[in-house]
Design a protein around this ligand. Structure first.
Ligand SMILES: Cc1ncc(COP(=O)(O)O)c(C=O)c1O
Length: 337
C-alpha cells in the first residue's frame, strides 16, 4: 500500500539510502524479494554468483530456479576482487551478497571494498543484489556502514522487518532499479496478488508513530547483553585453534574451525548434548566447505545461552580430542610422521 512504501522510503532515508517510494516493492519477507529478483534475472542453466559461504535460503532459491550457482572466494572481510574479476569474465546474471553482518560469517565489508564491488559490477555488467537483512542491528552504536544501494541506483536492495522487529510479520521489501519495477510488480501479482494489506497498514502506522526506533532502543541493549554473555563463555571455554570474531553488528557468531575438523561432527556432538548449531555445510555454495559453525544469540535468554555455549565448547573439545587421538594411534606412515 502507498502508505507503507512512503514509510519504508522514510526509514531508508534515516539510514542515508535515498529512494523514491515508486521503486519499492513490498514483499512477503525479503525471501520473496529474493525469489522475485532471481525469477526475473536468471533462467535455468545461467550463472549466478554468491559468496562462498552464504545464506542457505538463497542457495535453496537459486537451486530451485535451476541457476548454475558460482561461489565467489572470500577473504576475512568479503568477496575477493581478483577472483571476482576472473569469474566475471565468464558472465553472470547477478551476484547476491550480504555486505553487512554476512550470514554466516558475520563479516562486514569496508567502504573501499563496497566501492570496488560497484565498479566491478558496472565493468562486468553483473547486477548486485544486496541483502541488508541486518539493518539497524548496530550493537556498538558505531553507525551503519553505507549501503551499496546508497552508492548506486543500479543495485537491487533487499530489506526486511524480520530481524529488527519480528519475523512472524513476514513483511520485507525490494528496492529495484526503475526499469525493472514494472516486471517485478507483474511477477509479484502473479505469485500472490499482494502482501496482506492489513499487515501493511499496521506496519505503516507503527513506523509512522516512531515505534520501530523506540523498539530498537529497547531490544539492542538486550542483544548486546546476550552477545557479551556468549563471548564471555567462548573466551573461557572454546578450545585453542577455533577462531571467532567480535560481532559489532547482527545476531550471530561464526566459529571458524581448523580445516581438518568437520563442522558436521561438531553439529552432531552438540546435538547429542541438547544444543543445535548450524554447520557451515548448509551454507556452502560449492564443493569447498568452510568448516565452521554459526550460533545466533537473538532468541534465547542469557542463562540458556551461557549453558548452551558451554555445552557447545565441551562438544568441540571432545571432537577435537577424539580426532587428535585417532591420528596419534594411526600407523606412522598414515599420520605423516
Ligand atoms: C540473510 C538472510 N536473508 C534473508 C532472510 C529472509 O528473511 P525474511 O524473509 O524473514 O525477511 C533471512 C532469514 O533468516 C536471512 O538470514
Amino acid at each position: 500500500v502507498p502508505e507503507l512504501r512512503a514509510q519504508i522510503a522514510r526509514d531508508l532515508a534515516r539510514r542515508n539510502i535515498a529512494v523514491d517510494p515508486q521503486d519499492i516493492l513490498v514483499t512477503t519477507g525479503s525471501q520473496q524479494g529474493l525469489d522475485l529478483a532471481t525469477r526475473l534475472l536468471v533462467d535455468p542453466g545461467e550463472r549466478f554468483l554468491v559468496e562462498q559461504a552464504t545464506y542457505a535460503g538463497a542457495i535453496n532459491l537459486l537451486s530451485a530456479a535451476g541457476a548454475q550457482i558460482v561461489p565467489v572466494p572470500t577473504d576475512e572481510v568479503g568477496p575477493d576482487l581478483d577472483a571476482l574479476d576472473a569469474i566475471g569474465k565468464g558472465g553472470a546474471k547477478g551476484f547476491y551478497l550480504m555486505p553487512s553482518c554476512q550470514n554466516p560469517t558475520g563479516a562486514t565489508l569496508p567502504r573501499e571494498r563496497r566501492e570496488a564491488l560497484l565498479r566491478w559490477s558496472e565493468r562486468s555488467r553483473v547486477p548486485l543484489i544486496e541483502d541488508d537483512y541486518g539493518a539497524d542491528l548496530d550493537l556498538e552504536g558505531n553507525g551503519e556502514p553505507i549501503a551499496l544501494r546508497a552508492l548506486s541506483g543500479d543495485v537491487l536492495h533487499l530489506g526486511s522487518y524480520s530481524k529488527r522487529l519480528v519475523p512472524a510479520l513476514r513483511v520485507g521489501y525490494l528496492v529495484a532499479p526503475r526499469t525493472l519495477v514494472p516486471r517485478l510488480v507483474g511477477l509479484k501479482h502473479a505469485m500472490d496478488l499482494g502482501t496482506s494489506a492489513l499487515l501493511q497498514h499496521v506496519l505503516a502506522e507503527f513506523l509512522d508513530r516512531g515505534y520501530l526506533v523506540a523498539h530498537l532502543e529497547h531490544s539492542l541493549p538486550e542483544y548486546r547483553r546476550r552477545r557479551d554473555a556468549v563471548a564471555e563463555v567462548l573466551q573461557h571455554h572454546l578450545p585453542q585453534g577455533v577462531r571467532w570474531s567480535w560481532p559489532h553488528r547482527g545476531l550471530l557468531f561464526w566459529l571458524e574451525l581448523p580445516p581438518e575438523v568437520a563442522a558436521e561432527d561438531i553439529h552432531e556432538e552438540s546435538r547429542k548434548r541438547g544444543v543445535l548449531v548450524t554447520p557451515g555445510t548448509l551454507n556452502s555454495a560449492g564443493a569447498t566447505v568452510r568448516q565452521g559453525v554459526r550460533i545466533t544469540f537473538c532468541a534465547e535468554p542469557v542463562e540458556r545461552l551461557e549453558e548452551g555455549v558451554r555445552r557447545l565448547c565441551a562438544a568441540t573439545a571432545a571432537v577435537m580430542s577424539r580426532r587428535s587421538h585417532s591420528l596419534s594411534s594411526q600407523p606412522s606412515y598414515l599420520s605423516g610422521a
